[in-house]
Design a protein around this ligand. Structure first.
Ligand SMILES: [Zn+2]
Length: 320
């Protein structure tokens, strides 16, 4: 452990590691392969706390550009907005006295849950042995075992991710009708959950209204997705919202320099991507890379972290 820390001290000088998490269900969910359950998440946080100086993301970005970053600095972030967070991830963070930023998709406060949660719900409640997906131009998907369901969800997510938002909604409604559910049945984060997390001292950041791929939106829709979500969040938590997470988050694939401009114009001070790697003093405040170590053992986590220091995140041209 000490040797590993010594190695990290050298490779991490002047660099900021930002970690990315999603739902953190109470137990690992067989449908969501790769999503950490609470026990594994807690072990991962212990490792991060022992290894890094964990700062609030905003403070870390300021230190980064002032060249005053403490050695082995890191920040913790969570994307999307899940009802599990309030009594799950946020409680575990509190027990370990760790700061974090939660990036929220706000459509779910107005009866529009995230598309991936709608898909997961369809797959979870489907009682047919096979899901007929002809109407959405996919081959039929077996639903017999939990492994079948996990594979089906993976195939559906892959198919839906890059659909234009209007078509994605149409297809979702078709599948919901087919299995006899409605989007209002899907578990979603409530305003109460949001305010509770904010009042416990965690930073709230914006993650659009409905989590579209910004590159698939027309200019007006992209501007709305970026700007309106900030106004909504500020109205709900009564605090300034200064950080933004790009949906899906890959520079040049999911967002472009035009979207970076929109994020700046909407008044955000910094933004995070999903590119692996670490930030240094030359990294744009609007393209901070993030990484999720997946473990499961400590030596494996250490190797994943060291490798992440050598990832070179792609950087888009960032006009001043
Ligand atoms: Zn997201």
């Amino acid at each position: 452990m000490n040797l590993m820390r010594d190695v990290l001290q050298v490779v991490a000088r002047g660099k900021l590691s930002v970690f990315l998490f999603h739902k953190v269900p109470p137990c690992a969910d067989p449908l969501l392969v790769g999503d950490l359950g609470e026990a594994q998440f807690s072990r991962l946080l212990d490792f991060i706390k022992e290894t890094f100086c964990v700062l609030p993301l905003g403070d870390a970005v300021q230190h980064l550009h002032a060249n005053t970053l403490p050695p082995l600095s890191a920040a913790l972030t969570f994307d999307d907005g899940y009802p599990e967070w309030r009594h799950g991830a946020a409680r575990v963070l509190e027990e370990k006295s760790l700061p974090a930023t939660f990036f929220i998709t706000t459509g779910q406060f107005f009866g529009r849950p995230m598309w991936n949660e709608r898909l997961a719900y369809i797959v979870r409640v489907c009682t047919e042995p096979v899901l007929d997906t002809k109407a959405i131009r996919l081959p039929p998907l077996s639903m017999q075992t939990s492994k079948d369901k996990a594979n089906a969800l993976h195939a559906l997510e892959f198919h839906f991710k890059y659909l234009p938002p209007i078509i994605r909604d149409e297809f979702l409604e078709q599948l919901e009708t087919q299995v006899g559910v409605s989007s209002s049945d899907v578990p979603a984060m409530s305003v109460d959950d949001l305010v509770a997390i904010s009042n416990r001292g965690f930073e709230i950041g914006a993650h659009t209204l409905e989590h579209p791929i910004l590159g698939l939106c027309d200019v007006d829709r992209a501007r709305e997705e970026i700007g309106q979500t900030r106004e909504i969040l500020e109205g709900l938590i009564n605090k300034p919202v200064t950080s933004f997470a790009y949906p899906n988050g890959r520079p040049g694939v999911d967002f472009s320099p035009q979207h970076i401009q929109m994020v700046k114009q909407a008044g955000y001070r910094y933004a995070v991507t999903t590119q692996w790697g670490v930030a240094d003093s030359k990294t744009s405040s609007y393209q901070i890379p993030r990484f999720t170590p997946w473990g499961p053992s400590r030596p494996k986590m250490a190797l994943q972290l060291i490798r992440n220091f050598y990832s070179r995140p792609e950087h888009l041209r960032d006009m001043a």
